[in-house]
Write a protein that binds this ligand. Sequence first.
Ligand SMILES: Nc1ncnc2c1ncn2[C@@H]1O[C@H](COP(=O)(O)OP(=O)(O)OP(=O)(O)O)[C@@H](O)[C@H]1O
Ligand SMILES: [Mg+2]
Length: 469
Amino acid sequence: MTAQPLDRSPGGILAWLDRRLGRREDESRGALLRRKLRKLQPKTLLARVVIIVIAPVVLAQLIVTAVFYEIHWNNVAGRLARALVNDVNFIIAWRADNPGDQNFRWIQQRAKDDLRLTVTFEPNAVLQRQTDTDPFSFVEPTIKRALERYNTRPFYFDINNEDDVLIRIQLADGVLQVVSPLSRLYTNTSYTFILAMVGTTLILLGIALLFMHRTIEPIRRLAVIADNLGKGREVPDFQPEGVLETQQAARAFLTMRERLRRQVQQRTEMLAGVSHDLRTPLTRMRLGLAMMGDSPDTAALKGDIADMERMIEGYLAFARGDGDEEQAPLDIGALVEEVAADARRAGGAISTRLEGNMKAIARPLAMKRCLANLVANAQRYGKTIAISAVRRKRWIEIIVDDDGPGIPPEQREDVFRPFVRLEQSRNPLTGGVGLGLTIARDIVRGHGGDLVLLQSPMKGLRARLRLPV
Ligand SMILES: Nc1ncnc2c1ncn2[C@@H]1O[C@H](COP(=O)(O)OP(=O)(O)OP(=O)(O)O)[C@@H](O)[C@H]1O
Ligand SMILES: [Mg+2]
């Protein structure tokens, strides 16, 4: 295989960029850019607030510090260096005007006392070394600049230890050496200023983070509670907290939870009531029919009544349901094996495959019933059954495949409706009442997941269940 030559034309580069950034077929470059930028944005509220509020403050502080420091350094440090060089010039001039050892000793004394300078003179010496300034030092370039600007003679200087600067000037009759304390060139205010700046920034940051945390925490808690409600878990009462808007959202959430609860309860109770009340007239009808004796007509009616009774029993069992069961930690892997083992006892080839962490929180009995319904269907219509449970990022995916006749795509939604059976007879030998899938989906949705029917690679039906974790 030969490597494709790189196309360096503008079009080629754009195409290369598109490929690198993963531009979709129908996406404009602007949309691509927006998508990428969105991805770069921090996801959590706290991170965003930090960027929106705190980043500008810190940036402003940094800029102010930098500007101040630049001006301060150029002005103050420059002037201090100039003063030192002027002192040196003054000493040189003084010495030239007042020759003699005695005068020089007097100059040395005055320099020591009044200017804090240690002055020595080496007769007939010649400057040897060149000054090499340290580019990272703050003072050295300043001294150098001052010496170059305000002194005409050859010079050498060095910061020989942390406290002193040593300046050597070439005179006609020797070398004059002046040692000055470095503190003559520094002011401590700049450090104090930076320290104050960093200190206040840190304190402000701490206070801001504390407040942000206290503001965001109730939102985060509300999100967790809402998520639990979505997954059908028990949501305890809680006190709305935080800022007004968060409290408002929390109260709205509580109202919504109450309404949902009432609605579900009302509906279940009503249907259960109707079903229950239907039993009495049905029993009366059955008795009436029994009195009429056996004839082909009554036989058909008896069959219908038996059907209706089974449907009502099925519905009542469903409505009584596992609604009150609490969610608990559940090992889906163990559950799958259990259901498979139960089904094997009834006969049939059933294989299982588990992959990844199978720990979930769910209603154990309900989940078992749901899986058992799916496997019972697969067993009824197919010969070979494969169950797999795979852990994905946000959910556990359980798939039940069979090699039966399957269901045509346009009817795959219909069969979830209560009492819908594709085979019209309600023969107890070939099938139940048509509630199996309804119940299974109800259970999965009650956990915040979903159940769909698909075409199985095994030619039959595939039931795919996703349970959020
Ligand atoms: N694995 C499958 N292969 C082919 N058809 C299926 C399969 N599973 C379900 N069906 C069809 O969907 C219909 C509804 O299934 P559902 O489980 O809700 O009811 P049921 O099995 O008939 O009765 P119940 O489960 O209440 O005893 C079935 O009657 C059947 O026609
Ligand atoms: Mg069924």
